[in-house]
Write a protein of this length. Structure first.
Length: 168
């Protein structure tokens, strides 16, 4: 069953996110859903280092702010969404192994941040067939997999859609 989760992120201020002269800046976003719990709770603010188009070098584990592609259930004028990078270009990703874990490049991934927020210690994954992430795209999942409308339902996201990397 497809679950639609709208992430309502609101840009509320600008702040420096690096030393002067580096040109780096940050923006604050509000997490509008439970899709990243328990890492980021609904309603909390996060600071993301803004990345210029073409400058983001994807790394698994990054939590990113992005504009969902038109093919996703995203409404015109809706704020950016926030998810975790679980696979980068060239990676093959699938769910799930015998232990219920995400499998990247044939290896089950231990993701201690993933859990069902309603039932601590439990993880509910949305199963999906293996996909090799195309060049120039990333595979994004929410930490609260059952509540996230993410790449498992919608496919990879162009790297150029990433507008910031969350700093904890």
């Amino acid at each position: 069953m497809r679950k639609t989760v709208v992430l309502v992120g609101l840009v509320v201020s600008l702040a420096a996110c690096g030393s002067p002269g580096e040109g780096a800046r940050g923006e604050r976003y509000r997490m509008g859903s439970r899709a990243m719990e328990p890492t980021i709770t609904a309603g909390s603010m996060v600071m993301a280092e803004v990345v210029k188009p073409g400058d983001y070098q994807p790394r698994t584990g990054d939590v990113v702010v992005f504009d969902p592609p038109e093919s996703w259930d995203h409404r015109e004028g809706e704020p950016p969404w926030i998810f975790r990078v679980v696979a980068v270009p060239g990676d093959t990703i699938a769910c799930c192994d015998a232990e219920g874990r995400i499998v990247r490049n044939g290896d089950g991934q231990d993701e201690p941040y993933v859990q069902d927020a309603a039932f601590p210690g439990a993880v509910v994954q949305t199963e999906f067939q293996p996909i090799t992430v195309p060049a120039g795209e990333v595979y994004l999942l929410g930490d609260y997999r059952e509540a996230a409308n993410d790449s498992s339902q919608n496919g990879p996201v162009p790297v150029e859609n990433v507008i910031g990397v969350v700093k904890f």
